[in-house]
Design a binder for this molecule. Structure first.
Ligand SMILES: CC(C)(COP(=O)(O)OP(=O)(O)OC[C@H]1O[C@@H](n2cnc3c(N)ncnc32)[C@H](O)[C@@H]1OP(=O)(O)O)[C@@H](O)C(=O)NCCC(=O)NCCS
Length: 171
């Protein structure tokens, strides 16, 4: 999938070290429980790249690498992921970018493309974002997408998260 400035494509094995860099950066994981184990991230990325169907249960439930259209540089990843939220099956729209790519509108541009794909190609009628109450940057992306804060809920691990929701414009 392409946007004005970005390419969104399935995750490839060659993305593994960038994804490790992403999850090792304390700025990225500030509101996500801290840096993740590099080997686990590397192994999971390779698994996703080689056999996405085995990793993800639902059609359309997957991660996308986001690259700059002009240089091909890997800058982040976005996902549409099936989540159970208080016993209800939801589709979560999520976005994670290298700090060097923050502040340029890339996350909003990529997430808007994925939302469009979710509604118009995959037929979803509703998307949520699950956001730490202190993660203002993430909340601003959600708000720019047109998402509205619906509620604040307890999540596994004793944390509290905000649920933002976007409904398809289709009848
Ligand atoms: C959440 C995250 C993706 C947001 O990144 P971001 O750079 O703030 O968001 P965008 O890429 O949409 O950029 C928007 C900013 O770029 C600015 N901008 C600059 N040039 C722009 C342009 N040409 N077009 C659009 N916006 C532009 C906007 O004004 C906006 O700044 P503001 O929020 O200060 O007003 C990023 O902080 C991140 O990866 N965080 C760590 C992972 C994370 O927490 N993910 C969310 C989990 S719920």
């Amino acid at each position: 999938m392409k946007t004005k400035r970005l390419n969104l494509r399935p995750i490839e094995i060659n993305d593994a070290e960038k994804i490790v860099e992403l999850w090792s950066d304390p700025r990225v994981t500030e509101h996500l429980g801290g840096p993740k184990d590099p080997q686990r991230i590397r192994d999971f990325t390779i698994e996703i790249a080689t056999d996405p169907e085995a990793v993800f249960a639902e059609e359309g439930d997957r991660w996308w690498s986001v690259c700059l259209g002009n240089t091909g540089d890997w800058i982040g990843k976005c996902g549409l992921l099936a989540k159970d939220v208080e016993g209800v099956s939801e589709i979560e729209l999520s976005y994670f970018f290298l700090p060097a790519a923050w502040g340029s509108g890339y996350a909003t541009e990529a997430a808007a493309c994925l939302a469009d794909h979710a509604f118009n190609e995959l037929g979803h009628s509703s998307l949520i974002a699950i956001i730490d109450p202190d993660n203002r940057r993430s909340a601003r992306v959600a708000e720019r997408l047109g998402m509205a804060l619906e509620k604040t809920i307890p999540r596994p691990g004793g944390v509290t998260k905000c649920i933002y929701r976007l409904l398809s414009a289709a009848p």
